[in-house]
Design a protein around this ligand. Sequence first.
Ligand code: ADP
Ligand code: ZN
Length: 298
Amino acid sequence: MTDQILLGAIEAGGTKFVCGIGYGDGTIVDRVSFPTTTPEETMKLVGDYFRSKTVGAMGIGSFGPINPIPGTPDYGCITTTPKPHWSGFNLVGAVRREQDIPVGFDTDVNGAALGELRWGAAQGLDNCLYITVGTGIGAGAAVNGGLVHGLSHPEMGHIIVRRHPKDTYEGTCPYHQDCLEGLAAGPAIVKRWGVVNGADLPDSHPAWEMEAYYLAQALMNYVLILSPQKIIMGGGVMKQSQLFPLIQQKLQDLLNGYVAHPALQGSIGDYIVPPKLGDNAGLAGALALADAALAVRS
Ligand code: ADP
Ligand code: ZN
């Protein structure tokens, strides 16, 4: 019964931080947002926001890679990010210095998967996959009500995909060049087609068929490996709603009837959906992490 306890939520993004407070039923009662600068400056603003609020637990959904495994040496830290100043920064430690409360710490996409499972598009199900296609590509998986961890956390945006026959663009990933993120995240679209923002390309532009070609391959792999009951696709690039039917059709073509489940046959418009929590998905996800941390402590 954690619904009456005020919870803190931090959506720690590479571009902006969103802080908010809410309850264990998913209600958000207040939020603020500020640009991500240095860890010191940013965490001062986080501290200022929460100082006057008595929260029973804190949830942090963070950009990554991170170490979300409690009890390991750099638990709570952002690890190998190329973002200046943030590599090695201990986010959980910074929050705990201010308040001695349970902290739930996970990737932004794992948080979003949990939020959508509890209050959004996957409500009532046992598992789902949340993928964001934005500045990068990342996915989180809720399985049997919990989140997937192992050595650290999944990095489903960096899988290898088969190249589109007409794609000569080399890819943007600094680690793998033409992995999924390297070929299909927002910056790859911008550079491949020479526009300022993917939003500048018309709906009928071949960019979207190519984008769907890559994303459908990724979803095929996720379906075959994790068997999610729902796939939720968010992030700036997925604002291009014409991508949904393209991806759905290509996923069906790729699977070729192999996975015999009604969700994947006929119309699969209910299987691959946008986030129901909309622009609140990230903050709601952090709230879900806070509630889960409180449940572990109590
Ligand atoms: P972030 O991933 O940084 O949290 P977003 O999810 O908004 O932020 O993703 C930003 C990326 O998505 C940028 O590369 C931008 O070019 C691209 N993008 C944003 N809006 C659109 C749109 N409507 N159509 C296509 N691409 C978009
Ligand atoms: Zn990569």
